[in-house]
Design a protein. Structure first.
Length: 240
């Protein structure tokens, strides 16, 4: 590998940062066009279980702010793979072969696990949770009109998608701390009962206050913990 001076490294970093901003700007423009479709997509789980429902715009600027936030969301989703690639391309030449073999699968699997978690929340959790909330509100003993604000709904759903996406990173975190010698597999197995308790508590904190939503996060996280054990090694990580 050709050695580079400090100024050459800065020039390379500047070039990749500029490319990242350019990609984000183009993605934001695409997101601005796609924002209405994204809004329709995100509201589909609620309106599927509540066909006659309506969401409320509470301010004149709501439409603009929603358009901007959804365009930013689309831009982040599109630009993130490009950012990860540029980060990898910048740091990879300075890594040893064994370090590259260890890091690049993490950079590939992390977005996949994030999308898997978000997809699980969208297609499994949302229909169940929204049906529960709508039926609970309609069963009120006093006259009530359900009119959720659009901005609150989108903030709520996007927040849950992020929570599930981050929660599904658990296998990567466990395997990472195992491979660097911090958490041997035998120790993780002995801590299984405590891990289950922690998972249940975290699920109760992060999800809506109903047992169904909490279990729909806790059970996959428990499953991911058990899967992680299969990829962990006993003893310390091998030395370079």
């Amino acid at each position: 590998m050709k050695n580079m001076t400090l100024m050459q490294h800065f020039a390379e970093l500047r070039r990749r940062v500029l490319w990242t901003f350019l990609i984000f700007a183009c993605a934001f423009g695409a997101g601005w066009v796609l924002a209405p479709w994204v809004q329709e997509f995100l509201t589909a789980p609620l309106l599927t279980v509540w066909p006659d429902g309506e969401l409320l715009y509470t301010g004149l600027a709501d439409g603009l702010m929603i358009q901007f936030s959804l365009a930013t969301l689309v831009a982040l989703l599109i630009a993130t793979p490009a950012v990860l690639w540029h980060v990898w391309a910048f740091v990879a030449p300075g890594l040893h072969a064994n370090e590259r073999r260890f890091i690049w699968p993490i950079m590939v699997l992390s977005p996949i696990l994030f999308l898997t978690g978000a997809g699980f929340a969208f297609y499994v959790l949302f229909p169940v949770a929204f049906k529960f909330f709508i039926e609970l509100n309609l069963a009120s003993t006093v006259p009530a009109v359900i009119m959720p604000a659009m901005r609150d709904y989108l903030s709520f759903t996007i927040g849950l998608l992020k929570i599930f996406g981050i929660a599904f990173q658990l296998p990567l975190v466990l395997v990472l701390v195992n491979r660097i010698g911090v958490l041997p597999r035998a120790t993780a197995m002995r801590m299984r009962r405590y891990a289950i308790v922690i998972i249940v508590v975290v699920a109760a904190i992060l999800t809506p206050p109903d047992i169904v939503s909490q279990m729909l996060l806790a059970l996959p996280m428990w499953g991911l913990f058990e899967i992680s054990l299969l990829f962990m090694r006993d003893g310390d990580a091998p030395k370079n």
